[in-house]
Design a protein around this ligand. Structure first.
Ligand code: UDX
Length: 451
């Protein structure tokens, strides 16, 4: 354990830190509740009164396993409060910035929310306090914001501490991450920032979680390059799926075989519809835009291919559906199982599944779509689709079944039962998550991805 720290008992740390979390989205809400779970005193702020009201009532504003439980626990302990009033952050030692950095019109990250959060925070900031960025930002942003904070409140320090949480595992990834990265300035301020963050993360550090102290641009790059690498790995295997499809190979067996090489690893080699969500797609575009600005666009030229390969998967499924329906989807009933960008999430941001459902509908199909958690979030973006209340309802009378998100309930469907519901037993397994032999044995024409 780092020197000067107290001991850890269970999930409660003996020296609670006063923390503010600015932004209560997928990142901030989980971070705030997790910090309270660790024993810290937390005030969480968001500009959206409806969101704050729900959180204060113990209701998670989105689906994330484990969040309702730690939220209830935090509220019952009195260690967390939610507010729209930025003035309430006054007196916190560590102020986490957890606002979104969506994709702007040019592909570059839109920093409106980050800039607004810093501007709203500085009037309530005192010397000796730390502003800790968690949002994914273009490299160079932290240095600019650090100068702004220092100019507004001399003695306050801005550092960058990216998060690597995965939706669906966000609580676990926040409380026990696989590493901590602190981007800090050189000198005494940086050292004090390291000590403050060590107190915040004392429990995981005591358990041996690696902690890397780097400069501000390195911290920013760690996050975006990790996501660029993951996106590249997925597009690599999807490119292999394209080859496998024409060569008669099986990409799943290929991934298993190359994955045995430790240097490659089996994780993130699942071919299918490619990546979606609030991070990977926008991050690779923002990264390219930033590299262009820095005059090193060529270094990331390959990410354009990564993006193109990823988007081709969606087009491929639309083409495949058209082929399987005899050349046109118009007037055909298509059951879409899965709308979220991945299982255990209700997030449909840049979701390949929802994208495919919407395109088929546009081409004249009658899409019956079902997802265990994402129907409401999907409906907001695509009200034109026919949302079913259950998988059974979506499947009834379908000319084609598309499994587009690998929820366990879809993996466990009984193909014989499905066969009794549909008009025509044809299935596209967009995530290679079904038992091909079982579906074939039940009479289905089965088409996977790259196999
Ligand atoms: C990602 C990063 O994993 C996380 O570290 C970062 O903090 C935020 O971005 P997340 O967006 O929650 O997390 O999802 P992730 O599990 O990475 O999946 C991203 C997308 O890739 C999903 O659409 C998923 O279906 C797809 N994917 C993942 C594949 O297509 N194949 C794979 O092998 C793995």
């Amino acid at each position: 354990m780092p020197s000067g720290l107290g001991s850890v008992t269970g999930t409660r740390y003996r020296r609670p830190v006063r923390i503010s979390v600015i932004g209560c989205g997928y990142l901030g809400a989980v971070h705030a509740a997790s910090m309270a779970k660790l024993g810290h005193e937390v005030v969480a702020v968001d500009v959206d009164p409806a969101k704050i009201e729900r959180l204060a009532a113990g209701e998670a504003p989105f689906f994330e396993p484990g969040l309702p439980e730690i939220l209830d626990e935090a509220l019952a302990s009195g260690r967390i409060r939610f507010t729209t009033d930025m003035a309430e952050v006054a007196g916190s030692t560590v102020h986490f910035l957890a606002v979104g950095t969506p994709q702007g019109p040019t592909g570059a990250a839109d920093l409106t929310y980050v800039d607004a959060a810093v501007a709203a925070l500085t009037p309530h900031l005192a010397p000796g306090e730390f502003v800790v960025g968690k949002s994914t930002v273009p490299v160079g942003t932290a240095a600019r914001l650090a100068a702004e904070v220092e100019a507004a409140v001399p003695g306050a320090t801005l550092v960058w501490n990216p998060e690597f949480l995965r939706e669906g595992f966000a609580v676990q990834d926040t409380i026990s991450p696989d590493r901590f990265v602190y981007g800090v300035p050189e000198g005494a301020d940086g050292e004090r920032a390291v000590a403050a963050l060590d107190e915040v993360y004392a429990q995981a550090l005591a358990a041996g979680t690696p902690r890397l102290v780097v400069n501000l641009p390195t911290a920013e790059l760690v996050k975006i390059s990790a996501n660029a690498f993951l996106a590249t790995k997925i597009s690599f295997i999807n490119a292999m799926a394209e080859i496998a499809e024409v060569a008669g190979a099986d990409v799943t067996a290929l991934a298993d075989a190359i994955g045995h090489d430790d240097r490659i690893g089996r994780k993130f080699l699942n071919a299918g519809l490619g990546f979606g969500g609030g991070c990977l797609p926008k991050d690779i575009r923002a990264f390219q835009a930033r590299a262009d600005e820095l005059g090193v666009g060529e270094s990331l030229a390959f990410l354009a291919d990564v993006d193109a390969t990823n988007l081709r998967r969606r087009a491929h499924v639309v083409d495949l559906a058209t082929e399987l329906l005899g050349g046109s989807v118009a007037g055909k009933r298509v059951a879409v199982l899965g709308l979220a960008f991945k299982p255990n999430s209700d997030d449909v941001r840049d979701s390949p599944a929802l994208d495919i459902a919407a395109r088929l509908q546009e081409l004249g199909a009658s899409v019956g779509a079902y997802d265990p958690e994402a129907v409401e979030t999907a409906r907001r973006l695509h009200p034109e689709l026919d949302y079913a209340a259950s998988a059974t309802q979506a499947l009834e009378g379908a000319d084609l079944v598309l499994v587009l998100t690998e929820w366990t309930v879809f993996r466990e469907l009984d193909p014989a039962e499905v066969a009794s519901l549909v008009a025509s037993p044809v299935v596209v397994d967009g995530r290679n998550c079904l038992d091909r032999d079982a579906w074939t044995a039940a009479g289905f024409t089965y088409r996977g991805m790259g196999r």
